[in-house]
Design a binder for this molecule. Structure first.
Ligand SMILES: *Cc1c(COP(=O)(O)O)cnc(C)c1O
Length: 421
């Protein structure tokens, strides 16, 4: 089945040289970089440097060394800003998606009797929905009446028109993912932000499945606030510190969840009884930065900055085009259906395929040396990553899956549930 194109595509790939900077699994094709990006040599180097600075400087590490700890969150934020299309002061590296949603909703969701609804969608990631629900409860608002979730017509995709139809004048905040984590659909964020703003609705985004895989223009789109994690396409390591964006139009406010690291840097050690918040996104961090959870990200960024996000997106699209074509050619007879939209402007970096036996096929894939990702009840997510997946990897994975289907080797597995995220 190999038509020789994988080899040619790898030969002419301008990004191919980066692969050797990553620690690739020896015995498997890794297609799960959208859940946890791989370790790189630069991430390893900076991680070890950070440990060394602790040994060398002890308490003086707050102000000494290559990356003084006191400014860690802001320095990292400025490096992350170009990846989301923000000004440096609009981004701070802090917290996690779950915590940062709470911080931003605590700060910007100000329900009034006339305007109290949070508009989301039924396919939103569970932690996002849990956070939105608990924010409503903190305001003594009943969840059923105040969290409006736009439904999906087919169980995989959300129609932008349906979201816009739900933008009533009772909606205070619109909360959406850029890329839906199950189907890989990319929403038209610029259009949705524009429509929301015309109705006086604030817009918050979760970039978990788009950051590090495509460019964004958060500032120019006028998005009010956003969150993301850095352990997926950003390759910042397990539990890597997250990202938080606040548009500069909102600078100067008091954070909903205040802590001393949100201080104006000049006043932090005055130990005042009342917070003077930083005049930028830095105000929304809470406590001491998690330095060892941010060090690897500095290293990963060296690679990502050198390649550039435009080039990363271009290769990601070529890889996923190639993957989808191989699925059509080789796997369609085995009842696999691609649920990810085909158009470039409507999808992120992973391809989701549906199969009735998905749980068992995923188990057989792992035995056959493929690391995929399974989502209940019948979705297999495959993510070839621009920085370290080759076209040959995609070709080999498809051939291994074909063999699994020909031999029905997945029959050997119980249809038990995978608990791995
Ligand atoms: C990965 C992911 C999360 C994870 O949230 P954490 O707080 O970092 O654990 C949240 N939302 C979405 C959409 C995700 O894809």
């Amino acid at each position: 089945m190999d038509d020789g194109r994988a080899w040619e595509l790898d030969q002419s790939d301008p990004v191919a040289y980066v692969r050797e900077q990553f620690h690739l699994p020896q015995d498997a094709i890794y297609l799960d970089g959208n859940s946890l990006g791989l370790a790189s040599k630069t991430a390893e180097r900076v991680f070890l440097e950070a440990f060394d600075e602790w040994k060398t400087y002890a308490i003086d590490g707050w102000s000494h060394g290559q990356r003084p700890w006191l400014y860690n969150a802001e320095a990292l934020g400025a490096r992350l800003a170009p990846f989301v299309g923000a000004r440096p002061a609009e981004v701070v590296a802090t917290g996690s998606i779950s915590v940062n949603i709470h911080q931003l909703l605590s700060s910007f969701y100000r329900p009034t009797p006339a305007r109290s609804i949070i508009l989301a969608d039924t396919l939103n990631f569970p932690t996002d929905l849990y956070a939105l629900q608990s924010q409503l409860r903190l305001h003594d608002l009943d969840v059923a009446g105040h969290l409006l979730c736009t439904a999906s017509r087919d169980g995989h995709l959300i129609d932008e028109d349906d979201i816009i139809a739900n933008m009533s004048d009772q909606v205070a905040v619109l909360w959406l993912p850029t890329v839906l984590y199950r189907s890989g659909q990319l929403l038209d964020v610029a259009r949705l932000t524009d429509e929301a703003h015309r109705r006086g609705i604030l817009v918050g985004l979760d970039l978990a499945h788009s950051v590090g895989c495509m460019p964004h223009r958060l500032h120019d789109w006028g998005v009010d606030f956003a969150v993301w994690c850095n352990y997926k396409y950003m390759n910042g390591g397990p539990g890597a510190v997250g990202g938080l964006f606040v548009h500069e139009g909102h600078f100067g406010g008091m954070p909903g969840l205040a802590g001393w690291f949100g201080s104006d840097k000049g006043k932090q050690f005055a130990m005042d009884d009342h917070l003077t918040p930083a005049g930028d996104a830095g105000a929304y961090q809470i406590g001491t930065p998690h330095l060892f959870s941010s060090a690897p990200l500095f290293g990963s960024l060296e690679i990502m900055e050198a390649v550039g996000i435009e080039q990363i997106r271009a290769k990601s699209l070529r890889l996923t085009d190639y993957l989808m074509r191989q699925i059509d050619l080789v796997l369609a007879p085995f009842d696999f259906t691609v649920v990810t939209p085909r158009e470039h402007h409507r999808r992120g970096g992973h391809v989701s395929v549906q199969h009735n036996d998905a749980a068992r096929i995923v188990k057989a894939m792992k035995v056959a040396g493929i690391v995929p990702d399974y989502r209940e009840p019948n979705i297999i997510r495959l993510a070839p990553i621009a920085l370290y997946t080759s076209y040959q990897d995609v070709e080999d994975a498809i051939q291994r899956i074909r063999r699994i289907m020909m031999d029905r080797s997945y029959d050997a597995f119980e249809n038990e549930r995978d608990i791995v995220a």
